[in-house]
Design a protein around this ligand. Structure first.
Ligand code: ADP
Ligand code: MG
Ligand code: ZN
Length: 450
């Protein structure tokens, strides 16, 4: 039986969290707002309205591209992409065609040696949102259009078809989500549609161990309407199974767009693309092309904060804490800052970074102590007071009991007052570092065994 290797390429849309929309002054914060309240002639596509580009959105796109090791085009422009659909009032979308802002990047899949090449990252405008309402019958159903989302800046990133397993796809996408949150350019919430995923998938016959570009299958199936990582994982696995079944029987997989039915755990055909759509792209005549100087690009680069991959590496080198702790901290920038501040305050004298991380993560102490100063003061107090282990406590108890046979005898004769005396002796032996409650419990246990 022939073996098949999945070939997967991704298209990811990310809505930028700018104040205003891409080509007008309307608010870009559209989620759950009263429909059609954040609109103007530009984003409604009224005749004669003139768009002007949001520079902040362009800057954020370039920042994203630099973070994905892309080359930034010194010359770029916007183009009109034509198609007809009710969510697109102008009949075309302002997008980028042959000169996108960013090209030819590469990005490391976390916890893997593999890099994925990024084909392009471009900027476009989001469409309006269609809301379908079904009446008693299909004929009575209506579709409503909410233009609040129309014209919100939308970044599209396209990878080369270089993923060969589902785990890598998910890790890569989770890292992209984290990255844009670090950059502060998007909330990247999938349930709000600020991050949208499309996966293209085909199966190649395994000939060599590694896939060569000439082995690229001559078809691809596009999975659409994916709104969570979990959903994408299941959809890809179901689609791989389906394609395998067809190919093993000697069949051909149809090039098409498919959705995923979670209930039945199968993908289903949505739209068959006979041939490539002709979008009749041409340069947007109302927006002048954009030119970047080297210093402008350097300027944007200098605004990029420490990114997740660099943070992981630094935390490991500087603190030597476990991979599990590092991951928890990297996923939560606020908490990571709290941890680092705590280490700085403690000065690494009595408390190790490991014990600070442990106390923070296992006991959620950052919720109890708002300031890392209080947190460290607390840790120092308890570590000074009680750092005898249970084993040390039990050893001390054994020693105290054998040295004080008279007191033990008194206890068994019903004089429970001696307990206080015995606790004192144990504490003395531990130099006051045993936790009283623990000593008491262990002592009574030992006496009852005696
Ligand atoms: P289109 O012109 O239909 O948009 P592209 O070649 O531009 O197709 O690729 C779109 C997406 O599909 C990219 O993410 C790319 O990585 C992916 N892709 C291209 N060919 C394949 C293939 N044979 N199998 C899986 N994914 C593919
Ligand atoms: Mg495409
Ligand atoms: Zn507007």
């Amino acid at each position: 039986m022939s073996r098949f290797i999945p070939v997967i390429g991704l298209e990811v849309h990310i809505e930028l969290a700018t104040k205003s929309k891409m080509f007008c002054g309307c608010s870009a914060d559209h989620f759950a707002k009263e429909p059609n309240t954040q609109v103007c002639p530009v984003c409604l596509g009224l005749p004669g309205a003139l768009p002007y580009a949001n520079f902040s959105a362009i800057e954020q796109t370039v920042m994203f591209g630099l973070s994905m090791n892309c080359k930034i085009n010194r010359f770029s422009k916007f183009d009109r992409k034509h198609y007809f659909y009710p969510d697109l009032p102008k009949g075309y979308q302002i997008s980028q065609y042959d000169f996108p802002f960013c090209v030819k990047g590469k990005f490391q899949i976390p916890n893997s040696k593999n890099q994925i090449r990024i084909r392009r990252i471009h900027l476009e405008e989001d469409t309006a949102k269609l809301v379908h309402q079904f009446g008693d019958s299909k004929e009575k159903g209506i579709s409503l259009v909410d233009f609040n989302r129309s014209g919100v800046p939308l970044v599209e990133m396209v990878t080369e078809p270089e993923f060969s397993d589902v785990d890598s796809v998910i890790s890569f996408l989770q890292e992209i989500q984290l990255l844009v949150r670090y950059l502060g350019i998007s909330s990247a919430d999938m349930e709000k549609g600020s991050m949208r995923l499309e996966a293209n998938i085909s199966l190649a016959k395994a000939q060599k161990s590694k896939l060569q570009s000439e082995d690229l299958p001559n078809y691809k199936v596009e999975l659409k309407n994916i709104n969570s990582f979990r959903f994408l994982r299941k959809a890809l696995n179901a689609e791989i199974k389906r394609q395998k079944r067809i190919l093993r029987k000697g069949g051909k997989v149809t090039q098409e767009t498919r959705g995923y039915d979670e209930y039945k755990n199968i993908t289903f055909s949505q739209r068959i693309k006979e041939e490539a759509m002709d979008y009749r792209y041409f340069p947007e005549p109302d927006i002048p092309p954009i030119r970047f100087s080297k210093t402008q690009i350097e300027d944007i680069k200098s605004k990029i904060p420490e990114l997740p991959a660099a943070k992981r590496k630094r935390l490991e080198e500087k603190y030597g804490i476990s991979k599990e702790y590092i991951e928890i901290l990297v996923q939560d920038k606020r908490r990571c800052d709290y941890f680092e501040k705590s280490c700085e305050i403690s000065g690494n004298k009595e408390l190790s970074a490991k014990s600070i991380a442990g106390a923070l993560i296992n006991q959620n102490l950052d919720r109890k102590f708002e300031s890392p100063y209080e947190f460290i003061r607390y840790l120092k107090k308890i570590s000074k007071k009680y750092y005898s282990s249970l084993k040390e406590i039990e050893d001390a108890i054994q020693k105290v009991l054998s040295d004080n046979s008279k007191a033990v005898k008194d206890y068994h004769e019903g004089n429970s007052n001696v307990i206080g005396f015995l606790i004192g002796q144990v504490q003395k032996m531990l130099k006051g570092r045993g936790e009283p409650k623990l000593i008491r419990e262990s002592l009574i246990k030992a006496l009852q065994k005696d």
